[in-house]
Design a protein around this ligand. Structure first.
Ligand SMILES: [Zn+2]
Length: 94
């Protein structure tokens, strides 16, 4: 797993993260109460839970992206959070 050395380095990969999220959007499953299941790209059959109320994801990538984060700034979205954003844009039932 690659490690970001700074918040800026984490943000530099944003466009790629966003694109990978768009690729996952068709596989998003709504669990209700603002929670969604999105497939893991590295572990087939595994899903990550996204909480869109807080914009939090349980995946390791989210932790990595937000390791320099503080409460004053919005969290950096991982690809799973982006996948839910795109899923909603495509008319997914919330
Ligand atoms: Zn994630």
């Amino acid at each position: 797993m690659r490690l970001y050395k700074t918040r800026e380095a984490a943000l530099a990969g944003l466009e790629r993260v966003r694109q990978r999220g768009a690729d996952l959007a068709n596989a998003v499953v709504s669990l209700g109460d603002g929670k969604y299941a999105t497939p893991s790209t590295s572990e087939p059959g595994k899903t990550w839970i996204v909480d869109m109320h807080r914009e939090v994801c349980g995946c390791p990538s989210y932790r990595e992206l937000n390791q320099f984060q503080d409460h004053k700034r919005p969290p950096i979205r991982c690809k799973h959070i982006w996948s839910v954003v795109y899923w909603k844009q495509r008319g997914g039932v919330v």
